[in-house]
Design a protein around this ligand. Structure first.
Ligand SMILES: [Zn+2]
Length: 415
């Protein structure tokens, strides 16, 4: 039986969202946490965007040094030849790429306004795909933007053309979040059975069904005898009403009636890392987790009303599908409470050394410590919120990489 793998797109779809932001250090920490969690791939950002270049190259270097071990670090760009060429010019070591183009008639008419026909779209994708492979991409995912409003036969042609020209996966984008579980199941069945090509589900939450639709689509894919990939974001962040939430998706694949008896989820996924990653992303985005957030919200294991509390006390399985430990709850708070010395943007050497001593990180001399202190000051300038213990440890372990991540070179205004 085929598997369902997770591709997290927080560092691309999550951050391109209006009104919410991540520092490059936070994006780096997210890649590290996703790797620790056993997620298959992280869509790390935009290699064609100048301010992403140093961050992406630094993360590819982290992978080379073994700080990021197994996860695919994948860039995203438009399915046009020029973008792919620029991607490899900016980030020559990138090995995984997803290329995207609109396939629905409504978007082709509405966005290209007569400048491109369906045939042009297909050709642009094929040219971009061949360019990516020629420039050294090991895997290429081919994204059909607005797939859920595209004719199924057209999607089959698109996926088959991509498959025949060396693509590794086809991404079905429910860009407007308009699909429902039954419709997507049927549409995906036709595509997967005809093409026998691995499929990615990329679903938005405009109708509140992102996880349901993603899981239904993935089920259809594996029943057709190919591997499925679900695109997620941590805490469901993403355009408008957001994307398919990582933790909810894992829980759905492990505990829903249809899936619990047969394991289809990539065996590397460690659900016990859920709490840590959800809390970090909430902290670093500055977006509180709703009290009823699936698995990681404050009320996910709380019982008060008479009948529920009585039942839960007698046997937790009366009212709980899974345990707090299953999602790794119980990690300490992100920030300590009580008397504390912190280090950051305006910190000095004494406080800095005190903080690092407590973390078990020691420096040979003041010269070495001052170098890391400077990076801590700059990192904090970027994040604009107290640095977490993991961020502080990362900075001390990889000072040169940190320096690269924090270095931004605006090109155009240099003249
Ligand atoms: Zn999206």
């Amino acid at each position: 039986m085929n598997n369902i793998y997770l591709i997290d797109v927080t560092n691309r779809d999550g951050v391109q969202t209006s009104r919410i932001l991540l520092s490059k250090l936070a994006k780096t920490m997210i890649n590290i946490y996703l790797d620790e969690m056993g997620v298959f791939q992280s869509e790390i950002g935009f290699p064609t965007l100048n301010h992403e270049i140093n961050y992406i190259n630094a993360n590819l270097e982290l992978a080379k040094r073994g700080a990021i071990k197994r996860i695919h670090l994948e860039g995203w760009c438009r399915a046009v030849k020029e973008d792919v060429e620029l991607t490899f010019k900016n980030c020559p070591d990138i090995k995984h790429l997803n290329i995207s183009i609109s396939t629905s008639e409504i978007m082709i008419q509405g966005k290209f306004q007569g400048r491109k026909t369906w045939k042009d779209v297909l050709n642009s994708m094929l040219e971009a795909l061949k360019t990516a492979k020629a420039l050294g991409a090991e895997t290429v995912g081919v994204n059909a933007e607005d797939a859920s409003r595209t004719d199924v036969e057209r999607l089959i042609d698109f996926a088959n053309a991509a498959k025949e020209n060396g693509a590794d996966r086809f991404r079905y984008c429910d860009t407007l979040g308009a699909d429902d579980p039954i419709t997507i199941y049927q549409r995906i069945k036709k595509i997967a059975e005809t093409t026998k090509f691995p499929l990615e589900m990329h679903c938005h939450n405009d109708l509140g069904m992102a996880e349901a639709v993603s899981v239904a689509g993935a089920q259809s894919v594996i029943e057709s005898g190919v591997d499925a990939y679900i695109n997620t974001t941590i805490n469901g962040t993403g355009e408008r009403a957001g994307n398919c939430d990582l933790v909810s998706t894992i829980l759905a694949l492990k505990y829903s009636h249809g899936f619990r008896e047969k394991v289809h989820l990539d065996e590397h996924v460690d659900m016990r890392k859920s709490w840590k990653i959800a809390r970090y992303v909430s902290y670093t985005f500055g977006i509180p987790l709703p009290i009823n957030q699936v698995g990681v919200g404050a009320n996910a294991f709380a019982h008060e009303s008479g009948i529920h509390a009585d039942g839960a006390l007698k046997d937790r399985r009366n009212y709980e599908l899974y345990d707090p430990e299953d999602v790794g709850r119980g990690e300490p708070e992100m920030l300590q409470t009580g008397r504390i010395i912190t280090t950051g943007e305006y910190g000095g050497l004494k406080g800095f050394r005190h903080v690092y001593d407590k973390l078990g990180v020691h420096f040979n001399d003041d010269k070495e410590a001052r170098k890391v202190l400077e990076l801590v000051q700059y990192a904090n300038l970027h994040t604009q919120k107290p640095l977490t213990d993991d961020e502080l440890k990362f900075i001390a372990s990889y000072p040169d990489i940190t320096c690269r991540i924090l270095t931004l070179n605006p090109h155009l205004s240099k003249g």
